[in-house]
Design a protein around this ligand. Structure first.
Ligand code: FAD
Ligand code: GLY
Length: 380
């Protein structure tokens, strides 16, 4: 039976990043994907690296998110050179808009905590916004937080870049290979997929919203909550704004290729793939209120993806048997942003390096979970 240092199950962005980081450490890695690389949530994402825009409270999650965001300046050129895939990384900054007195008060609290944490963030008044982004014409906007360090990528391209870079460094990838079961055996595991089995010292379960369907000698398996998101893209005739605009009911991401990604709905407990007509209606309506000039854009496409959510909204990163069976799942709304930190952290901990103890506790699959931990906002 062929033997690997690590078998990664799932070719989404987190499985691919983990395979890449392990391959970079010289480990023999096999990644098994039941469909094709990036065929689920990782190609549906808007690609925001929104550490500040999406996380509104201090703690391990915020620290992990901004550490992950900080990795892209060095990581992207490396991945692009290994893989020959351009990931359209730009640091165009994000605006988080307030439309009511309550929202303004809440965002001013976020401003205070993020400034205290040492992040670049400022409050733009309505007048400041009119100068910075004249295309943003919504008269209900009272002001906005401006977060210049939050950038973006094309999520499907970044997923491909991790995968191809992993292969460049010696990892093997098998697509159209569904893993059914994981069996414990002396010194490692047997991973059973279709008609064959492979051996590994370590196994990383990175199956996104489907991770909890894996079977075998698995000590605990925290529940995954699927949260379907509908999302779409349009192509304006000219650029109407440069920063990503994050409003309470919609976000607008101006991509490097001239399109604008408009997202995204949240439909908890749904694994349906079809895009609801009502979602397209609601997202476009909200977008046109924010930036009326977008109504003249060409419709490009609409699609959907299934976010993998944990009960408290934080990812599961760590061993689930105190040995070699690892989990990298539950990244919910932030799996693209967190992919760099996830792959790096998993590779380090699998290789026995010292890792951040606070993050180890916070993201442990064994942690006690409370709903209060869900830190990001619901859309729709
Ligand atoms: P997935 O991408 O779902 O990959 C899991 C893979 O595992 C799949 O390819 C699946 O086929 C495979 N698999 C499952 N079971 C098996 C098995 N038994 N055998 C083999 N393979 C298996 N995040 C951000 O950071 N920024 C954003 O702007 C953003 N926007 C989003 C917008 C939308 C509409 C959605 C839906 C999500 C968005 N997200 C965003 C969240 C992000 O997409 C996810 O958190 C991330 O893609 C999860 O990646 P993953 O690798 O964990 O899972
Ligand atoms: N982070 C954006 C989304 O999940 O829709």
């Amino acid at each position: 039976m062929t033997s690997y240092h690590t078998v990664v199950i799932g070719g989404g962005i987190n499985g691919c990043s983990t395979a890449f980081h392990l391959a970079e450490k010289g480990k023999r890695v096999l990644l098994l994907e039941r469909n094709t690389i990036g065929s689920e949530a990782s190609s549906a994402a808007a690609g925001m690296l929104g550490a500040q825009v999406e996380i509104n409270s201090k703690g391990a999650f915020f620290d992990f998110a901004r550490a992950s965001r900080a990795m892209y300046d060095e990581l992207v050129p490396k991945l692009e050179s290994y893989s020959n895939v351009q990931v359209d990384y730009i640091k165009n900054g994000m605006l988080k808009t307030a439309h009511t007195d309550e929202e303004t008060a809440r965002l001013l609290e976020v401003l205070a905590f993020q400034q205290k944490a040492g992040e670049k963030v400022s409050w733009l008044t309505r007048e400041d916004l009119q100068k910075k982004e004249p295309g943003l014409e919504d008269e209900t906007v009272q002001g906005a937080l401006y977060m210049p360090e939050d950038g973006q990528v094309m999520a499907p391209y970044l997923t491909q870049a991790y995968a191809r870079s992993a292969v460049h460094l010696g990892a093997e990838i098998m697509e159209h290979t569904s893993v059914f079961s994981i069996k414990k055996k002396p010194g490692g595991y047997e991973v059973i997929s279709g008609g064959r089995a492979v051996e590994a010292e370590h196994v990383v379960m990175a199956g996104g919203a489907w991770t909890d369907l894996l079977e075998g000698d698995i000590a605990i398996m925290p529940e995954m909550i699927p949260v379907k998101g509908d999302i779409l893209s349009i192509r304006p005739k000219k650029q109407l704004f440069t920063s990503t605009i994050h409003a309470p009911d919609v976000y607008l991401v101006p991509k490097k290729n001239g399109t604008v990604t408009i997202g995204a709905t949240e439909h908890p407990a749904s694994m349906e793939k079809q895009v609801y007509a009502g979602s397209v209606h609601d997202l476009l309506k909200s977008a046109f209120v924010l930036v009326p000039g977008l109504a003249g854009a060409e419709f490009n496409q609409a699609w959907s993806g299934i976010r993998p959510q944990s009960a408290d909204g934080l990812p599961y990163l760590g061993s689930i048997d105190n040995q070699g069976l690892w989990m990298a799942a539950g990244h919910y709304r932030n799996g693209i942003l967190l992919s760099a930190g996830t792959g790096d952290w998993l590779a380090r901990t699998i290789c026995g390096e010292t890792v951040n103890q606070e993050w180890e506790r916070a993201f442990s699959p064994y942690r006690k979970q409370t709903k209060e931990g869900v830190s990001s906002e619901a859309y729709h």
